[in-house]
Design a protein around this ligand. Structure first.
Ligand SMILES: [Zn+2]
Length: 122
């Protein structure tokens, strides 16, 4: 009896292994690994509590409700990014941006520096 199972492989949020010997960001509250530093896209962002990182992907995170946010640069569709382990808000994910110049942010994640710990010595 063949088992036919469709496996979704494109989800970045479903990594079931932890990378070894790689610098990571972890949740400040519970130390759960939430992103690889290799996935850092830009450091020049500002979150609600100061410096924020734009990430290509995250690990062990959940998304909150999708919502429209009016920012200086226009109305963005975002969703809160939550630690899958403790539920702390870590930043947000950009789902839709208002202009073509900002499209690079779509499907990327903002991590607020104040909510994460940078770990270099795994
Ligand atoms: Zn956590």
């Amino acid at each position: 009896m063949p088992m036919h199972k469709e496996v979704e492989t494109c989800s970045n949020q479903d990594l079931h292994y932890l990378p070894s010997n790689q610098p990571v960001f972890s949740c400040k509250n519970c130390s759960c690994v939430i992103a690889l530093q290799d996935e850092l896209c830009s450091k020049g962002f500002t979150g609600s509590s100061g410096t924020a990182f734009l990430m290509n992907s995250t690990i062990n995170t959940n998304l909150g409700e999708k919502e429209e946010r009016k920012l200086i640069t226009g109305t963005h569709t975002c969703a809160d990014l939550l630690c899958a382990s403790c539920g702390t808000s870590l930043g947000w994910k950009y789902l839709k941006t208002p202009t073509a110049e900002q499209k690079y942010k779509e499907n990327r994640y903002i991590l607020e520096q104040a909510r994460v710990v940078k770990e270099n010595n795994w």
